[in-house]
Design a protein around this ligand. Structure first.
Ligand code: ATP
Length: 175
């Protein structure tokens, strides 16, 4: 299963709709995408956006204090926005996600009232159901799928219980 496209709007520093394509192959090589930019330009916000769309509930992990911290808070040039939306487009030809679709779009939307909605191929789903589907595909936010800056030693530093959670997610026992 391949993450082919990321769409962000109103999430953290991404006020305007931003689309990133992750090509499967590039110049004959396998698709590895590097995002390069100066300090504070929003590189980690991209990883946060992926985590968030996959259902991350921990504000600390998302580097925020309140749930609305993920919504664009305004700049000199642009007023703050009322909602954030992130969509992940997965190529599911391999059927790693247990659904009969070749392309699966997982998205999350939140507004300043605290509302948080999840969508699977544009249809609203309960977080619990989405989490179940992601767990079957071994996708989640507590494992080692996304390793954030400064977290490369996360497996070593974790408690036995946390480590167990990570391993369970990786081997597909989460559900
Ligand atoms: P570094 O290389 O230093 O790790 P980075 O490129 O990973 O930096 P991020 O940490 O992704 O940068 O982005 C930080 C920037 O995002 C800061 O300028 C911060 O003001 C901005 N930011 C975070 N949350 C919001 C928000 N809700 N609204 C607007 N801007 C935000």
């Amino acid at each position: 299963m391949i993450l082919e496209r990321l769409e962000i709007q109103g999430f953290k520093s991404f006020a305007q709709k931003t689309v990133l394509e992750f090509p499967k192959e590039n110049r004959g090589g396998k698709g590895i995408t590097c995002v390069v930019g100066p300090n504070g330009s929003g590189k980690s916000n991209l990883a946060d956006a992926i985590r968030w769309a996959l259902g991350e509930q921990s504000l600390k992990t998302l580097r925020g204090k309140k749930s609305e911290d993920v919504i664009f808070s305004g700049s000199d040039k642009k007023a703050r926005l009322g909602f954030a939306e992130v969509a992940l487009y997965f190529n599911n030809e391999s059927r790693v996600l247990p659904l009969e679709f070749e392309e699966i779009v997982i998205s999350r939307k939140a507004d300043r009232s605290g509302l948080s909605e999840y969508y699977l191929n544009k249809a609203e789903v309960r977080f619990k159901d989405l989490a179940g589907i992601l767990a079957q595909a071994r996708l989640g936010t507590s494992g080692l799928l996304i390793v954030s800056q400064g977290d490369s030693d996360i497996l070593i530093k974790s408690t036995a219980q946390e480590r167990r959670g990570m391993l369970e997610e990786v081997i597909g026992l989460r559900q």
